[in-house]
Design a protein around this ligand. Structure first.
Ligand code: GLA
Length: 674
C-alpha cells in the first residue's frame, strides 16, 4: 500500500543541486521556487563527495542550512541518499569496485555510477553514508520522502567482474539448488556445456558465439536482483530510523529494460518514475502515455509521482529538440491524467558546468525573463487549481501484458527473425488503443486479471506454465484474450513448449503451427477474409514481418494470407473457449486491419469504444474518491478540436489542455499558451 506524501495538493518541483551554486544564490532559489509554486524538491542526489569529503568524515552543515531555508520557505524535501555518485576517494581506495563490461573493459570514474553492484565495499560505504544521513534528518519536518540512489541500472546494469560472477553463482545455487537441476534447466547437453559444479559457471562474458540463452536470462534476473538488494539495504536502514516517511527510488518505466520493475515495485512505498520524450518523434506523446500507464500499473493503480521530466530539451539525444510553447504543460498534465499526483523535473536551476549544462531546467540560463520561466510559473498555478485530482484513480477495462523476462529473452541471439521485437509489438498495439481513446493498464502475466474485460498479449514470448494457466482460467471464465505471434513459445528457461506453436496457449487459441514462416525484409502479404466467413476487417489488408504454417484446431479463421509463404493459411483466428474468446493474430497487420481487429475484440469483450475523439486528442478519466470524475482532454494537434462533453460539445483549442469535471461540467484552469 503506497503511503501518501505529506503534501498539500499535487507535488511540483524538481531535482535541486544547491551545491553547484554559491550559498548567496540559495535564498533567491527559495524565493523563485515560491513564485513558481514549487512545493517539493529532490535534494542531495549526487552529494556524496560533499557530505563525506574524506572517508568517515562527514560535513552536513551545508545540507542543514539549505534544508532549513527550504523549510522556512514552506518547501518540502525529497531527501536522497547520494549513492549513485561514489566519491573519488572511494574509487582510489577500492579500484576493484569498477564495473567490467561483457567484453572485459574496466570502466573508469569521473562520471557517475562507477561501482560493481556486487561489491561488498560499495555496499558497506553506501550503507554508512545512508546511516549518517538518516540519523541526522529522520523526523525532520521538511523531509516528506526518501529518494534512494538515482535511476538504478541507468549506466551500469550488469557487471561481469570476478566478484559479480561469484555472486551470480550464489544466486544460481539459491535458484536451482543442485547443479543437475541447473544443467537440466539450461539445457547444457547442447554444445557440451554441462557443468560438474556451480564453481565452474561464469558470468555470460563475451564468447566466440551465443552464450547459453538460459544462462543469459538468469544473468539478467540476477543483475536486477543484485541492484534491488542494494536498494532494499538502504531502504531498510531508512525505515528503521524514520518509519513514517515513505521511501522510493526513481524508475525509468518504459525507457529502460534493465530492471524487472514488477519485483521492484513491491519494495517501494510510493512508485516514482522519470520520463523523457524521444524528442524527434512527432508522436512522442504516445510513448509518454505508455510510460505513465506502465508506471500506474507498477503502482497497482495507486497514485504515483513523476520524479523527473524536462521543461524543454535534454542534452543526451542526437538532436536535443526544444519543447515548443505549451508542450511542457501538455506533457505534465498527460502524466497527471494517467495517475501522477505530482510533476517534477530534472532540474531546478540549469547548471553552468558539467555534462548536463545544456539540459533544460525550470530556471533556465537566461533567467526569469523567459518564456520558459513564465510557463513554469503558469504550470505551478495550474497544478494548484488541479489539487482536487490528488488521490483520484484511473480505471481501465483493457490490459496489455508486459513482462521484462520476455523482453530480455527476445533480445537474445538466434531468434527466428530480427523482426521479433518485444517493444515493437507492444508499441504497435498500444498506439492503436491510444488513438482509439482506450485507457489501458499493463499487467504481469501472472496477475489477477479478473478486473479486465480484454487482455492483449502482443509479445508474451516467455510463458511459464502457471502464467498460461492464469490466462486459460480467465478466458474460460469469460475473458477476451488477444495475443500476437511469438507468444506462449518458451518456459522460464527459454525452452520451447513442445507439440507445435504456440505451445503453452494452443488449447486456448484453438490453433497449432508446425513452422514459423517469417517474412523477408519489406515483404508483405495480402490479408483476405476466408471464403464464406465473415471478416472482421475490410479485406484486403496487408501483413508484414511474420507468418506461420498455422492450422485450425477449434478456432475459426478471421483473416488468411492470400499470398506469400503462408498462402491459404490463417493469419488471424478467433476461438470460443469456455465462456470467453481467444484471438490469435499470427502476423503484423497494417494499422487499418489492426484497428478493425481491435474493434472486434473490444466488442467481444463488451468494452465501449469512445466516439468523437479527433486524432491526436487524448482524453483520460480520473475517478475521484469524492465520486466526482474529472476528465483531462489534451489537444496535441495544431488545430482546434471539439470533443463531446456531458452537456454538449466542448472546444479544446490547439495545443491546450482542458479538465472537465463530471458534474457539473466545468473548465478548471485556463488553456495553456500556444
Ligand atoms: C536522468 C537522471 C538525471 C539527469 C537526467 C537528464 O533522468 O536521473 O540525473 O541526468 O537523466 O535527462
Amino acid at each position: 500500500m503506497a503511503q501518501r506524501l505529506r503534501l498539500e495538493g499535487l507535488a511540483y518541483g524538481g531535482d535541486y543541486n544547491p551545491e553547484q551554486w554559491p550559498e548567496e544564490v540559495w535564498a533567491e532559489d527559495v524565493a523563485l521556487m515560491r513564485e513558481a509554486g514549487v512545493n517539493l524538491v529532490s535534494l542531495g542526489i549526487f552529494s556524496w563527495a560533499r557530505l563525506e569529503p574524506r572517508p568517515g568524515e562527514f560535513d552536513f552543515g551545508w545540507l542543514d542550512r539549505i534544508i532549513a531555508l527550504l523549510h522556512e520557505g514552506g518547501i518540502r524535501v525529497d531527501l536522497a541518499t547520494p549513492t549513485a555518485a561514489p566519491p573519488a576517494w572511494f574509487q582510489k581506495a577500492h579500484p576493484d569496485v569498477r564495473p567490467v563490461t561483457a567484453d572485459g573493459r574496466v570502466l573508469g570514474y569521473g562520471a557517475r555510477q562507477t561501482y560493481c553492484p556486487s561489491s561488498p565495499e560499495y555496499a558497506a560505504a553506501a550503507a554508512r553514508i545512508t546511516r549518517e544521513l538518516v540519523a541526522r534528518y529522520a523526523g525532520h519536518p521538511a523531509v516528506v520522502l526518501w529518494h534512494v540512489h538515482n535511476e538504478y541500472g541507468c549506466h551500469v546494469a550488469r557487471c561481469y567482474c570476478e566478484r559479480s560472477a561469484a555472486a551470480f553463482r550464489d544466486w544460481l545455487r539459491d535458484r536451482h539448488k543442485t547443479v543437475d537441476a541447473l544443467n537440466e534447466a539450461w539445457g547444457t547437453a547442447f554444445w557440451g556445456q554441462r557443468y560438474d559444479s556451480f564453481d565452474e559457471i561464469d558470468a555470460p562474458r563475451e564468447a566466440p558465439t551465443a552464450v547459453n540463452p538460459a544462462q543469459q536470462l538468469d544473468f539478467r534476473r540476477f543483475s536486477s536482483d543484485a541492484l534491488l538488494a542494494l536498494y532494499t539495504a538502504e531502504r531498510d536502514i531508512i525505515r528503521a530510523a524514520d518509519p513514517d516517511v515513505p521511501v522510493t527510488t526513481n524508475f525509468m518505466a518504459g525507457l529502460s529494460d534493465n530492471l524487472d520493475y514488477w519485483s521492484w515495485a513491491r519494495e517501494v512505498d510510493l512508485v516514482a518514475t522519470d520520463h523523457y520524450l524521444t524528442a524527434e518523434r512527432a508522436d512522442n506523446q504516445i510513448g509518454l502515455a505508455l510510460s505513465a500507464d506502465l508506471t500506474r500499473s507498477l503502482a497497482f493503480g495507486e497514485p504515483w509521482l513523476l520524479m523527473e521530466h524536462s521543461t524543454s530539451a535534454v542534452n543526451w539525444q542526437p538532436r536535443n529538440i526544444a519543447k515548443r510553447p505549451g508542450e511542457m504543460a501538455r506533457n505534465s498534465l498527460a502524466h497527471v491524467a494517467r495517475g501522477a499526483d505530482g510533476v517534477m523535473f530534472f532540474q531546478w536551476r540549469a547548471s553552468r558546468a558539467g555534462a548536463e549544462k545544456y539540459h533544460s531546467a525550470m530556471l533556465p540560463h537566461a533567467g526569469t525573463d523567459t518564456r520558459l520561466w513564465r510557463e513554469v510559473v503558469d504550470l505551478g498555478a495550474r497544478l494548484r487549481e488541479l489539487a482536487p485530482l490528488r488521490g483520484s484513480r484511473v480505471r481501465a477495462q483493457v490490459a496489455l501484458v508486459w513482462d521484462w523476462e520476455s523482453r530480455w529473452a527476445l533480445e537474445l541471439e538466434y531468434r527466428p527473425s530480427v523482426d521479433l521485437d518485444f517493444r515493437e509489438r507492444i508499441d504497435a498495439y498500444y498506439e492503436r488503443l491510444w488513438r482509439a481513446g482506450i485507457t489501458v493498464d499493463f499487467v504481469h502475466p501472472g496477475a489477477d486479471l479478473s478486473g479486465y474485460r480484454l487482455v492483449v498479449a502482443p509479445s508474451m514470448y516467455v510463458t511459464r506454465a502457471a502464467w498460461a494457466e492464469n490466462l486459460r482460467a480467465w478466458v474460460r471464465s469469460g475473458g477476451t484474450l488477444l495475443t500476437s505471434y511469438f507468444t506462449g513459445i518458451v518456459d522460464e528457461n527459454d525452452a520451447v513448449h513442445p507439440g507445435g506453436y504456440p505451445g503453452a496457449l494452443r488449447d486456448v487459441l484453438g490453433v497449432r503451427a508446425e513452422e514459423f514462416l517469417p517474412l523477408r525484409r519489406g515483404e508483405t502479404t495480402t490479408l483476405v477474409a476466408p471464403p464464406r466467413m465473415d471478416g472482421a476487417a475490410a479485406a484486403p489488408g496487408t501483413a508484414s514481418r511474420w507468418a506461420e504454417d498455422l492450422a485450425l484446431e477449434g478456432a475459426s479463421a478471421v483473416l488468411q494470407h492470400a499470398d506469400g509463404p503462408a498462402a491459404g493459411r490463417p493469419a488471424v483466428t478467433r476461438h470460443a473457449f469456455g465462456a470467453g474468446t481467444a484471438w490469435y493474430v499470427a502476423t503484423a497487420p497494417d494499422t487499418g486491419t489492426l484497428d478493425a481487429l481491435l474493434r472486434a475484440a473490444l466488442a467481444d469483450a463488451g468494452v465501449h469504444t469512445p466516439s468523437g475523439l479527433p486524432d491526436g486528442v487524448e482524453r483520460v478519466r480520473r475517478v475521484g474518491a469524492d465520486g466526482r470524475d474529472r476528465e483531462i482532454v489534451i489537444n496535441h494537434t495544431l488545430s482546434d478540436a471539439t470533443v463531446p462533453g456531458p452537456e454538449g460539445p466542448v472546444s479544446v483549442p490547439a495545443g491546450t489542455v482542458r479538465v472537465l469535471a463530471s458534474e457539473p461540467l466545468e473548465s478548471v484552469g485556463s488553456p495553456t499558451d500556444q
